[in-house]
Design a protein around this ligand. Structure first.
Ligand code: C2E
Ligand code: CA
Ligand code: CA
Ligand code: CA
Length: 277
């Protein structure tokens, strides 16, 4: 047993060192991602639970590095958050999304959901910047949803609350992302008026095999509705999950069952015809 223990320490250490090496490479290459236009916007469909019609899209960034190959956002976003690159990356995301929404939004009537990191969300000119983009492009703020996580709210709660209220007064929608993965989720939904609650993939994955997860899923949906929020279930992979969630009154479904993230450019034009069954 002792031997096994040492082996696994070695294994973890090796992984840790590889991780560090990758982190350093990512840090070094990140400026080139922007300079050489290696970042691409993907979108993932979000469908209504009842009619299974395309209603929203979540914008997810992709990095195809000429040096490192494909790098996952789960790897480079946290590194970008340590530097000011997160601003450049997310402004690129916002600009491209608004461009798409300006071109197709009136017709497709989709809601574009964008992930905003805490550092960016907290920055002084974030609201001004968004407002300017809206005015410049003529995009309706009601078609833009900002996904924030509990990490966005930990800092100064009063400031966060003001910011959320300001954004909502401009018409933007706010979603609480990855709900259920943090510590004090309940106190946050008590304090902040979100439009949408995104239930984390963990619940959905365990839902069918675990009665407690099933009960929790159902309760979260009811609680959200009682608080005036709509619910998006993340990571829906099976028809049985979709069916159960629809029966629970869940509003929207997102997951591989309806499509993996795919390139945004020029793809979605006529959502009425895109029904997923
Ligand atoms: P997230 O916001 O929770 O996004 C959902 C992730 O779940 C995406 O991973 C998506 O591809 C994956 N996913 C969706 N449906 C399924 C499913 O049915 N099964 C499974 N196994 N996975 C599914 P992705 O695109 O790799 O993004 C990872 C994370 O990177 C995102 O998690 C988000 O936190 C972050 N991210 C991506 N783009 C941005 C961005 O522009 N800004 C910020 N701040 N974060 C971003
Ligand atoms: Ca998200
Ligand atoms: Ca999420
Ligand atoms: Ca998640």
């Amino acid at each position: 047993a002792k031997k096994e223990g040492r082996g696994s320490i070695c294994f973890y250490q090796q992984h840790y060192e590889q991780d560090l090496k990758l982190q350093l490479k990512v840090q070094r290459e990140l400026p080139n991602a922007l300079k050489h236009h290696e970042l691409i916007l993907y979108y993932q469909p979000i469908v209504s639970a009842q009619g299974r019609q395309l209603k929203k899209v979540e914008i997810l960034i992709r990095w195809q590095s000429s040096v490192l190959g494909f790098v996952s956002p789960a790897t480079f976003i946290p590194i970008a958050e340590e530097t000011s690159f997160i601003f450049d990356i997310e402004r690129l995301v916002i600009e491209e999304t608004f461009k798409h929404a300006a071109q197709y939004g009136k017709e497709n009537r989709l809601i574009y959901s964008i992930n905003i990191s805490p550092k960016h969300f907290e920055s002084d000119n974030f609201v001004t910047y968004l407002n300017e983009k809206m005015l410049q492009t003529g995009v309706s703020s009601q078609q833009i949803e900002l996904e924030i996580t509990e990490r966005n709210l930990i800092m100064q709660q009063d400031a966060a609350q003001k910011r959320i209220e300001h954004l909502k007064s401009l018409g933007f929608r706010i979603a609480i992302d990855d709900f259920g993965t943090g510590y004090s989720a309940i106190s946050y939904i008590k304090q902040f008026a979100f439009d949408t609650l995104k239930m984390d993939r963990e619940f959905i994955r365990e839902m069918l095999g675990n009665r407690r997860d099933l009960a929790l899923t159902h309760s979260i949906i009811r609680m959200a509705h009682n608080l005036g929020m709509q619910v998006v279930a993340e990571g829906v992979e099976l028809e049985e999950q979709a069916h159960t969630l629809a029966n629970f009154g869940c509003d929207y479904l997102q997951g591989y069952l309806y499509g993996k993230p795919q390139p945004l450019q020029g793809v979605i034009q006529a959502p009425e015809r895109q029904v997923f069954h």
